[in-house]
Design a protein around this ligand. Sequence first.
Ligand SMILES: NC(=O)c1ccc[n+]([C@@H]2O[C@H](COP(=O)([O-])OP(=O)(O)OC[C@H]3O[C@@H](n4cnc5c(N)ncnc54)[C@H](O)[C@@H]3O)[C@@H](O)[C@H]2O)c1
Length: 439
Amino acid sequence: MEVKEAAGRLGVLLPGMGAVATTLIAGVEAIKKGSAQPIGSITQMGHIHLDRKNNGDNYPRIKDFVPLARLEDIVFGGWDVYEDNVYEAASRAKVLEPGTLLALRSELEAIKPMKAVFDKSYIQNLDGTHTKQGATKMALAKALMDDIISFRDTRGCDRLVMVWCGSTEKYTEVADVHESLAAFEKGLKENDPRIAPSMIYAYAALKLGVPFLNGAPNLTVDIPALVELAAQTRTPIGGKDFKTGQTLMKTILAPGLQARALGVKGWFSTNILGNRDGYVLDQPDNFRTKEVSKLSVLEDILRPDLSPELYNDLYHKIRIEYYPPHRDNKESWDNIDIFGWLGYSMQIKINFLCRDSILAAPLVLDLALFGDLAKRAGLSGVQEWLSFYFKSPQTAPGFRPEHDIFKQLTVLQNALRKLMGEELVNPEGLTYAEEEITA
Ligand SMILES: NC(=O)c1ccc[n+]([C@@H]2O[C@H](COP(=O)([O-])OP(=O)(O)OC[C@H]3O[C@@H](n4cnc5c(N)ncnc54)[C@H](O)[C@@H]3O)[C@@H](O)[C@H]2O)c1
């Protein structure tokens, strides 16, 4: 397969310039200056095993193996409902130390969010006024397309990619307006309330052939209408919800328990966090979107349908509590009730004192770089090989999502091997990626 070189500048567009987005931007600027390392980023620090029969480097870094945009060639832009520039927004988010931000002040102050497409009915707890007005949702989509084109031209970008880093919208299900592109476009013109702001951003990106990855649990591109548009404009898409913190731990631990045929009776997960994300999730409608995304994980890994004696009675409960003193430093507790030989019970307790945006920022970088790679490789539609990064991976219709992080990594690496014409190290791990990459 021919993968075009990553020549020129890559514009990374971020709807939502809050804690995650500003931690990413500040981090990339610090790395470019040589004052930090891209820890947690597979594209920058990860290696890939190749079967070259000892004729060369069998463990190159991924960034040396596939042609990815260089960090020096990335230009950031985005939208937010608050007009704070990235320096102000990062200072407010309090993820990074003031000293780190001061050293990057001029670069960060130069990045100012464009006016957002916003609908308070989707996020009750936000009151931003830095928003666009338009007679219809179609007019707003066109205004976003104008923003994208103007950003590309004024910043001299050769290619663009969009990663949703906006707040979690209220829970919605696929309705008739989402079922086809024709119905969706009619809905945009008629201001259908079931079209969420994040869908309008995705529509604008896909119309222009800009890859779109969704870091929140909202449906967004996971609707037939936008899958259809992605196919029509040959654009890669992916989602949903960055896999960080507690769910990351869950998808590391659960495959191990399942591999050893240990039973699981209960898994209670609770989180306390005090950032703006936590404030938005304090609204029950918005929490529901996150809850559905987090709940899907265990069943797909443990497969009670295959091993009912081990997992049929599993009680899985998830809570998120808004607790301002913890700011972005989310604390999660898991109590896991497991059982072993002859049914004897045991418990595992996890107390993860994590930093939400520190875990999420490298995922956004990788998704932007791989989204751009997919586009240059001529791939389009749902990029299931990127499931590694998501709590609730979007799949092609009829496929089960894969949640086991180790299988997800094998699929990702095999997709890269396939793109570069290398032998597949574990062909079993290719699964759906093979059909997708050869399509
Ligand atoms: N941090 C993590 O570990 C993590 C993990 C998984 C998913 N996420 C998701 O990533 C998203 C960002 O998280 P965060 O911690 O940066 O939240 P945040 O609240 O700090 O930032 C989100 C930003 O989006 C803006 N926004 C909301 N609606 C918008 C719209 N329609 N257009 C433009 N901007 C809009 C808000 O004003 C806010 O500044 C959330 O949806 C969160 O659930 C985060």
